[in-house]
Design a protein around this ligand. Structure first.
Ligand SMILES: [Zn+2]
Ligand SMILES: [Zn+2]
Length: 311
């Protein structure tokens, strides 16, 4: 559930972005702040000309390569901006910049870069890139793969997905396998949504028509006659993307609003997370008692249970 004031295609000024985040960063291309800790604003353009030997770019599938921060030498993940990009749980608000035209400068009565909002994205991985020419030639740069999450795909009905083959245990095994593959390998748009559907399907199976937050039956049936629940990601504002089984909950629309909008959302999410761990522990115990013919390959539930991260 993404809540921000920006409209795709509209142009904004830097102070508006800083105000939204509660940030005082003046120079950086990657912005963050205390008011909206779930968001990271990435700006692109102006920085990387063709002559630089590398540039941010939109790919054919709608995803982006976005270069990390670090103006000299190798780019490192310990850089504060790169570390945030690599965390994968933040939602990226992507803006592209360009120099204003002479006409715009005249109209505005001054020189100031305009930033066009491109949409909300998730980071699906990163890779190293070494330019073969330009001033950064030979430097080991980092480029992050961004997949857009505020597209139509995000609002499609998931009903048909719940009818696909595969039991809870085999779905869980598949999800854990994918999580292990991240983030060494970045994921494109198609694979991102395929994995989104897997984790949704899993959460809906686990909930079995009962809201995992309030314990009430789903409020209505969808057009396919299946109980309607929404899938909420506990550590991410965008309710999409690949994730661990213990990081998602299938909840009723009312509880979903509460998880994102209520004054007590932090404690509400914390309690929900505990309920999800309990459900996951039970599934794990059932499977080890022979609840399935498939060997359940756990990603590391014990570690997750012992080290809960905050919402
Ligand atoms: Zn509920
Ligand atoms: Zn949610």
């Amino acid at each position: 559930m993404l809540l921000h004031p920006f409209v795709i295609g509209e142009k904004y000024r830097r102070p508006q972005l800083l105000e939204f985040l509660g940030s005082k960063q003046q120079m950086s291309g990657v912005l963050w702040g205390n008011i909206q800790p779930g968001y990271l604003i990435c700006t692109s353009g102006g920085r990387h000309g063709k002559q630089a030997g590398y540039k941010d770019e939109a790919l054919a599938d709608g995803s982006w390569w976005y270069f990390g921060q670090g103006k000299q030498g190798d780019q490192l993940l310990k850089n504060a901006a790169n570390a945030r990009l690599a965390s994968e749980n933040l939602v990226i608000l992507l803006f592209t910049t360009r120099e204003p035209t002479a006409k715009e400068v005249a109209q505005q009565g001054g020189y100031g870069k305009l930033m066009r909002f491109e949409g909300c994205f998730c980071v699906t991985g990163y890779e190293h890139f070494v330019p073969i020419e330009g001033p950064r030639k030979g430097d080991r740069l980092i480029r992050f793969r961004l997949v857009q999450v505020d597209t139509e795909q995000a609002t499609l009905s998931w009903a048909d997905e719940t009818q696909e083959e595969g039991n809870l245990y085999s779905l869980r095994e598949m999800l854990n396998k994918h999580i292990k593959e991240l983030p060494e390998k970045s994921v494109g748009t198609r694979e991102f949504w395929r994995r989104s559907r897997e984790i949704r399907r899993y959460a809906l199976r686990r909930a079995n028509g009962i809201c995992e937050a309030c314990g009430e039956p789903a409020p209505f049936k969808d057009q396919a006659g299946l109980p309607f629940l929404e899938v909420h990601h506990l550590h991410r504002l965008a309710d999409s993307g690949p994730d661990k089984p213990g990081n998602v909950a299938a909840i009723c629309p009312n509880c979903h609003r509460r998880a994102h909008l209520s004054f007590d959302r932090a404690s509400f999410n914390k309690t929900l997370e505990e309920k999800v761990w309990a459900a996951e522990s039970k599934i794990l115990a059932d499977s080890s008692r022979g609840g399935t013919s498939n060997q359940v390959n756990d990603y590391d539930l014990a570690r997750d249970l012992s080290a809960p991260s905050s919402v």
